[in-house]
Ligand binder design. Sequence first.
Ligand code: ADP
Length: 413
Amino acid sequence: MICIANAVIDCMKILVLNCGSSSIKYQLIDMDKDEALARGLIAKIGEHGSYIRHRAGGREVVKEIPIENHARGLEVMMEYLLHPEFGVLKDPSEVSAVGHRVVHGGSVFVKPTLITEEVIKKLKEYSYLAPLHNPHNVAGIEAAKKIFPNVPQVAVFDTAFHQTLPEKAYMYPLPYEFYEKYGVRKYGFHGISCDYVSRRASEFLGKSRDDLKVIICHLGNGVTVCAVDGGKSIDTSMGLTPLGGLMMGTRCGDLDPGVIFYLAKNADLNLDQINEILNNKSGLLGVSGVSNDVREILEEAKKGNKRCILAIEMFTYRVKKWIGAYAAALGGLDAVVFTAGIGENSPKIRSMICAGLEFMGVELDEERNEKAVGIEAEISKPSSRVKVLVIPTNEEKLIAVETMKITKNLEGS
Ligand code: ADP
């Protein structure tokens, strides 16, 4: 059990919502029992074949239902949360608070925030910084306010954890007025995950967070490598938008900016087309030509598919380089932590990343590594100066804890 919640809670049920462009992930968490009562996914919103996958009490139900927008999606979610057979609620009023994952909080939202009309207005303003994410987060907030008009709603930001970055790390070497006028700087993402995982790492190692230098490798469809010093993010790989940093499922990560102008000139592509390619057709998918899913690419690589072998080599080489860079930025290193879909489940990828890092004190134990699939584990040799850990992320849990703290403060005021 994680100790990040240290308050006494009386039967608080918190609904956590993560609204993407065509999906809503939800979890209803009983904070008292420290368990998820139900979790689910509404997928393909606004598309043909939309469906709900709902899990509760060890059972799962999948149902295809036309779901035209986020508001309808939340209605369907409520039908299942209240369902006589699969439900876990008798009445919507049992939900004490709603916590929303919001991707971009810009420079204004540096901590979890109670959602008011003013906050929604500001979030809409920040949509230009995360056009693929923020508008959908806001759609989810507005829909949830209709379903739970009298329930406190809290926004927890993916960018907030990185607000501790020093200026030298977050500034881009562009004319300074672009920062002043347009807020062009590194913001960083996956902050909720990095915050949760770094807290959990210090609990796992039995050391105060203040004394630890940790590199978090959040390797999912989106990828972040983050340097955490004394519990504070001091550098992180994504930038102004979630397109920057490492190679990802379909995103390219950092590129020579000249590539964009070169493509515009020579490949007869306009800016929107290039944007679409860099976000959705690049990364592991673009190089392998097979999939954005590491499982499929590894399968094909085993059969000798050269582009799949290359995609995996490029992916792991980049993570390795970032670990080296952030160890230098931290001026030392206590632990490397792997998390998210690839980081939690792929011993092969972890092994390729750590190979050759023995010179800096990273000694992977291959046997422990093989066994650590989807579980919390130490996977370095006992002699390893730098510990290597696998820690499954739990963004929903942290969102629920932060939502609860704000809600409790409201009660106290
Ligand atoms: P998201 O960024 O969408 O939240 P996740 O953290 O769920 O992504 O990670 C999804 C990715 O994790 C998949 O695309 C796949 O590449 C990878 N993945 C999941 N399970 C495995 C596995 N057993 N082995 C290798 N990769 C896996």
